[in-house]
Unconditional design. Sequence first.
Length: 380
Amino acid sequence: MSFGLALALVALAALFAALTPARAQQTEIFVDKQLGRDNPVVYVGEYLTFTIQIENRTNFTVTTLPLSDTFNTGVLAFVDATPMPDSVDAGNGRLDWNDLTTTFGDLPPGATVWVVVGFIAEHPAPAVVNRAEVHDAVSSGGQIGGGASDSNEGSSIGGSTPVDKEMVNNVTPEVGQPLTFTIRITNSGYATLTVVPLFEDYDPEFLQFSFAVPQPDSVDEVAGQLNWSDLTTWFGDVGPFSSIQITAVFTALAPIALTTNSASVSGSSDWYGNDLDGGADQVPITIVGPGQQATTTPTATATTAATQTPVAEATSTPASATSTAVAATATPEATATLVRAETLPATGIPPTRGGPPWALLALAAALPVAGWWLLRRKRS
């Protein structure tokens, strides 16, 4: 090969090298964080997880892999993680893993590891942001410049306390008869309720309060109001999706085409101090006079003593209220069925009990004999 040809080949190789772009080294640690559920809406008290994916997209083996995870302490509370972090700063909402390779081993190029972090949603918020970041990673070729991070968000909503009020047997009551109502309050969320007030309103012109289980803390017979400051003092804390039921008994005082008896819950709170949305319900009532017939036979639940105006026992402790409730159901009157008006005589006097009409029977038997005797006498 001539010197000129060799020089030409060297020049071409140099030109080709100059024109070919150099392949850049990848120096990225990829981080992807996802909420561990399809629905981004989380209820207060509900457990939720975030999955953090970390992928080595460099050309070197990663030998040191720190990770930090930050969260909003006004909404979330840290519960657990896999693997567990080396430090937890609950006040500032920060989790730190000093080196994930101590758990997963060194990460060669293309390797991926996953970290799962669990939280409890403690307070409602329109957006819940949770951020993960890899920083100061070190590879076999030295420290990898910069870092990578990702965040994920959803929303946290609080619970509520819907109220369902019904009249037992759905009767059309008569004046002087008892009316029994049940009030069911439900915890519709994942957080336990620690305070549950109840307020009941009725028209004292047509209804007279008799008693309730549990007894209200205050009774205003003039305004027609009953108040329970906190039903958890009787029932205990109300767990997620649990219900409690109150029974209230009234006496119908006067006829009316339509009146209402309502119950409402306002000011409930949960374990985390959140104020919950309240609920209310009401029952329309028609009261008929004593001369009219009730559509359904009501079952009396009140005793004679219970139909009197409540006195100081209305503010009794749960223990004494329990005794009252047992006594109210132990007497025979508590389960007696009211007598329907149509089963009584129209005059109000019980009918006399007479035997068969013997005189009429004897007369009927004697008539043929008397006729035969008269006919025989006439022939003779």
